[in-house]
Design a protein around this ligand. Structure first.
Ligand code: AFP
Length: 293
């Protein structure tokens, strides 16, 4: 699917700046929040888990932007109407801390942002921008908008350009597939065998989609959280994960699929609807669609 977006450049820039500005506060809060909402930390204090804390920050800051009229997050059951002052404004859907269970083991996690020009739940075709912040050894941010895909270093809450026009490398070398292997469908297991038989491909799976996606963008390859026998719709959520990641990957010259069509063509039926996710280099996702038939 060809991504064509040319609206709201200033508003999108403001949303990206706001997300980057919050990254240091979220990162700094992580060490003290390696507990669940209802647990106490070693000092005996009860506090919000890291993902709920990040969600509060994003609602406060993004919700105060004039251009944002709706806010939704993986942490909330319903869409929150915000103070956006425009009659028709943008809707932000956010996964405040994707891979938050990685906090316990001190592994990668990040924030995923989808900006829709429509009320939520919205279609992939209504996306005008998407981004993610990656809390790795360094904090980076990948954005996709009318300017294509751009990678930034996030330093002191500011975006510093690292690479413009990020494209998926031509010779893919990494793959990461979620779900228990015995729970895969037989068709997906067949596809996985094809990928594994290719000696140029190495397994990379980290338990935070954002980390695995960043590897795919860096080295080329495929990430999937497929339909499972026990969960035919998979695990990941369309509005917060599937759509924005598809938008970024397709903007970088790759392809996305729910198994038969682009993720951006999946009809939205519910804010928290789940969808099988497969994204990566064009030929790998095309081969997957052929095998899943
Ligand atoms: P958490 O945010 O609950 O840690 O889940 C992360 C995630 O949504 C996605 O980022 C990972 O790719 C996937 O789930 C990992 O799921 P498994 O634990 O089943 O591998």
């Amino acid at each position: 699917m060809a991504i064509q977006v040319d609206s709201y450049p200033e508003e999108i820039g403001e949303i990206f700046d706001t997300v980057a500005a919050l990254a240091p506060a979220i990162r700094e809060a992580l060490p003290g929040r390696r507990v669940q909402n209802d647990e106490t930390n070693p000092s005996g204090e009860t506090q919000l888990a890291a993902d709920a804390y990040a969600d509060e920050l994003f609602l406060e800051e993004l919700g105060s932007l004039d251009s944002v009229v709706e806010y939704a997050s993986e942490e909330r059951t319903k869409v929150v109407p915000t103070d956006g002052k425009r009659e028709t404004g943008l809707s932000v859907a956010i996964d405040p801390l994707d891979g938050s269970s990685n906090l316990k083991s001190n592994n990668t996690m990040g924030t995923i942002v989808a900006v829709y020009d429509a009320p939520l739940p919205a279609e992939g075709a209504d996306l005008v921008a998407a981004a993610y912040v990656l809390f790795g050894p360094i904090t980076t941010m990948m954005t996709a908008d009318a300017d294509g895909v751009t990678e930034y270093l996030v330093d002191d809450g500011q975006r510093e350009l690292l690479e413009e026009d990020v494209r998926l490398p031509d010779d893919p070398s990494v793959y990461g597939f979620g779900g228990r292997v015995p729970d895969w469908t037989s068709d997906f297991a067949t596809y996985a065998e094809l990928v594994e038989a290719d000696e140029s491909m190495k397994l990379r799976y980290g338990g935070a989609m954002i980390g695995d996606i960043n590897q795919v963008l860096t080295y080329g390859g495929i990430f999937a959280y497929p339909a499972l026998e026990s969960a035919p719709v998979g695990k990941l959520r369309l509005q917060f994960e599937g759509n924005p990641i598809a938008f970024i990957i397709e903007s970088a010259g790759g392809r996305s699929s729910d198994g038969s069509q682009s993720l951006l063509e999946v009809e939205p039926t519910d804010l928290h609807q789940r969808v099988p996710v497969h994204v990566g280099n064009d030929e790998l996702v095309e081969q997957l669609e052929t095998v899943l038939g």
